[in-house]
Design a protein. Structure first.
Length: 76
């Protein structure tokens, strides 16, 4: 059983990104999404990160809710 916490910090760790609150805030500020852009199509992801996000969303995996939260943040 996977006991990894599902929060933004851990999602950023999964994606291989800096994961402090300040790092997350800076990432979101630098990578705002246009209304018509899907999160997985954002230019900030590498191929591996994009695949992880796409798979998590398609499978409605444990990360889906946190990924949705990130999507909203990147549009705000």
């Amino acid at each position: 059983m996977d006991t990894t916490e599902n929060d933004l910090s851990h999602l950023f760790q999964q994606l291989g990104l800096a994961h402090s609150q300040q790092d997350i805030n800076e990432f979101v500020s630098r990578n705002k999404l246009a209304a018509h852009t899907l999160l997985i199509d954002a230019q900030c992801w590498n191929q591996s990160q994009r695949a992880f996000i796409k798979e998590a969303l398609m499978e409605d995996a444990q990360w889906s809710e946190v990924i949705d939260q990130l999507d909203v943040m990147m549009r705000g």
